[in-house]
Design a protein around this ligand. Sequence first.
Ligand code: S3P
Length: 190
Amino acid sequence: MMPKKLSQTVILIGFMGSGKSHVARLVSKSFDVPVIDLDARIEAACGSSIADVFTHHGEKYFREKETATLREVLRETSRAVAIIATGGGVVTGEANRRLLQEAAQLDVLVVYLRAEPATLAERIRQEPGKRPLIDGEKILDIDETNRRVKVLLENRSALYESCANLIIDTDLLKASQVAEIIKVKAMDQQ
Ligand code: S3P
């Protein structure tokens, strides 16, 4: 049997803890396509973790790197399809939103992995200290994590929605089920 083919590049967007990197790896396993993780690429280029980039260089520097990396990755994937996992704040930059919206019009599947604040907060708490914008400076209790997630998500929800051409509500789904929905949608139908 011929291996199934991915017919279009897939970009995953969504809040921290929405499962972008995990789902990207699951989708890529089914097809012979690479996963490109924007944060991992920035970490490799800077030689340090995202948390350290924020501490030593600040958020503005990180956002500049994020835009440059998104541009570079979109250029690469115009030649060969891939699964791209973005960082949760990619939609906060106007230039990034424009790049994502243009890509969505050019046959890229931009998928928003949507989830409720409580779901996201619980997942974020499983990796303490990894998200500088939530619990960078100290370990938080569940109420404070929830509060911070809610505030940030309120500012960002409409931005995610404005860039996506597919929205998946993930609260009640396992990562494998989310990956399955994307696979069906992005698979070459021949
Ligand atoms: C950020 C999300 C993080 C990372 C950085 C900023 C954000 O990525 O890019 O800490 O602003 O939401 P994940 O969504 O993979 O946690």
